[in-house]
Design a protein around this ligand. Sequence first.
Ligand SMILES: [Zn+2]
Length: 218
Amino acid sequence: MNYKKAKCQHCNNETLMEVRDINKIEQGNPSSDDYCYDMQVVLFCPTCHNYNIINAYWDNTYGKKNEIEQYEEIYGLDCVEESIIFPVPSNLISQKSDLVPKNILHNLEKAYELKNIDEESCLVKLRKTLEIICNDKNANGPDLYHKIANLSERGILPNTLNSASTITRKLGNIGAHEDFIDISSVDLKIVIELVEYIIQYIYVLPKEIERLESKFLN
Ligand SMILES: [Zn+2]
């Protein structure tokens, strides 16, 4: 059995994972300069019993890196470029990060890391994310719920987001009361998605549209 040290994207533990399967796709002749390969490696996390799939890419610009022992068994001493293909990473964090203010992205990333470990801390990070957005957009109101409503009234967020008011109301209550926060993983996923949509709507979409328009006019 092969093992590879990696950070589990489900439980966030950095641990030795079992290599359950490897699929190598090669292009070109191994003796030629244009030879390259992609290798999909299925890893099993011993901590949370979930699968992670990584892709390892190599071409001759990557060279060899003998001193890294963890690559030895799987990549045959090659220094590769690894990317995660499962679980599917947040598009916002992986691809749009340059469009979103750093502190907002940082809190969202933390929320992702915590979602399978500590639901309440995850919700606290999500609330923090929304609070930073509200401050950034000078939202008026005594609490998070009213501030989000204020952003809707001013057209910064769409009115349709009012349907999410119960979620922001709940988020606002965390920490304010001693109540035990009981949230299912499905509900937590919905809250994360909602916060992502808010970020997309305020920070990503306007810039993406601007980019497309400038392309169109040129
Ligand atoms: Zn895990």
